[in-house]
Design a protein around this ligand. Structure first.
Ligand SMILES: Nc1ncnc2c1ncn2[C@@H]1O[C@H](COP(=O)(O)OP(=O)(O)OP(=O)(O)O)[C@@H](O)[C@H]1O
Ligand SMILES: [Mg+2]
Length: 308
């Protein structure tokens, strides 16, 4: 069997809606995910991430291009691809009239698992997602974060070979997010493959082996988080609260990101001393730290927006 869990070539999607011009959501996406990898799709709102995941998970048909799941053509033979995949859709909700326990169990049974396996996996997933206390309450009575946990529990319980998770931790508290990360790591250790989207770049960094940034329906960059950070020209960042009006004085040191009131400057370690001198002379408070994926993302995507 192929070593690729997912591959796409020149994948395109144009949405046609009444009374509006067509929207080119995907403009030729080529992407590969190897078996056992955890890959994150990043990108601004409207970049095309959900469209890609919907096509990959057979929920939407592409306008053109090719996409395969474990060697099966997703568009031509969706019935062959479906048994391999499980999806947490963006803004998906558990069935309101089912409890989390019923929801997970019913879904596993519908996928053909035996009663015994479904029961064991349901309890394991509920426990992992911290849902045991509310496992028998109707989902309509759960909090937003608890509902999202129920969605993730349903999908991790499948242990499907390929999991698509569209913003899986949205609305979750920091403990729940970490529980999701741990569960996803366990799944890939057991051989599953994961493609997820997230706007939390700390999450992308903690979780993904590789990432793709999608911008206006195209792959802007791909690589590891480290690759992306190296590409922005520095490994050190200096946060200068209240300095956004002084952006011109700091531009020569490297990349400047204006964060409202504060200014973040990305520099090489060699120029740090000089920058700190200027900060002290300007009576600015300066905090020094490593460049985060978020800063690299802002820079890389910002550069692409500026170019257009
Ligand atoms: N059903 C639809 N009909 C028309 N246009 C659509 C439809 N769904 C999405 N779009 C458009 O396609 C583009 C890509 O949307 P998509 O949902 O894939 O973005 P995304 O990267 O998932 O964004 P977000 O981070 O906000 O979830 C956007 O311009 C969006 O407005
Ligand atoms: Mg989306």
């Amino acid at each position: 069997m192929t070593e690729l869990a997912l591959s796409s070539e020149d994948l395109r999607k144009v949405y046609f809606s009444k009374g509006a011009p067509p929207t080119e959501a995907l403009a030729g996406v080529a992407l590969e995910v190897r078996r056992g990898e955890r890959v994150a799709l990043l990108g601004r709102n409207g970049a095309g991430k959900t469209t890609f995941l919907k096509i990959a998970s057979t929920l939407l048909r592409p306008t053109s291009g090719r996409i395969q799941v474990f060697g099966y053509d997703v568009d031509r033979t969706p019935e062959k691809a479906r048994p391999y995949i499980a999806v947490v859709p963006q803004e998906g909700k558990p069935f309101f009239h089912l409890s989390p326990r019923e929801q997970v169990y019913t879904y596993l049974r519908a996928r053909g698992l035996t009663r015994e396996t479904a029961r064991a996996r349901t309890e394991e997933a509920l426990e992992k997602m911290g849902l045991l206390e509310c496992a028998n309450r109707l989902s309509v009575t759960l909090s937003g974060g608890q509902r999202q946990r129920a969605m993730v529990a349903t999908v991790i319980a499948t242990e499907a070979p390929l999991l698509f998770l569209d913003e899986p931790t949205i609305g979750m508290d920091p403990f729940a997010r970490r529980a999701v990360w741990e569960s996803l790591r366990t799944l890939t250790r057991r051989g599953s493959t994961i493609l997820l989207t997230t706007h939390y770049l700390d999450e992308a960094e903690a979780l993904s082996d590789r990432l793709y940034i999608i911008e206006r329906g195209r792959v802007l960059v791909s690589g590891t988080a480290e690759d992306l950070k190296r590409s922005v020209g520095g490994t050190v960042k200096v946060l200068l609260p209240g300095a956004s009006s002084m952006i011109e004085s700091f531009r020569s040191f490297g990349t400047c990101v204006d964060d409202g009131d504060a200014l973040t400057v990305i520099v090489t370690p060699e120029r740090l001393g000089e920058l700190m001198d200027l900060a002290v002379r300007s009576k600015l408070l300066a905090t020094v730290g490593p460049v985060t994926l978020e800063e690299a993302f802002l820079r890389v995507v910002g550069r692409s927006i500026d170019e257009d």
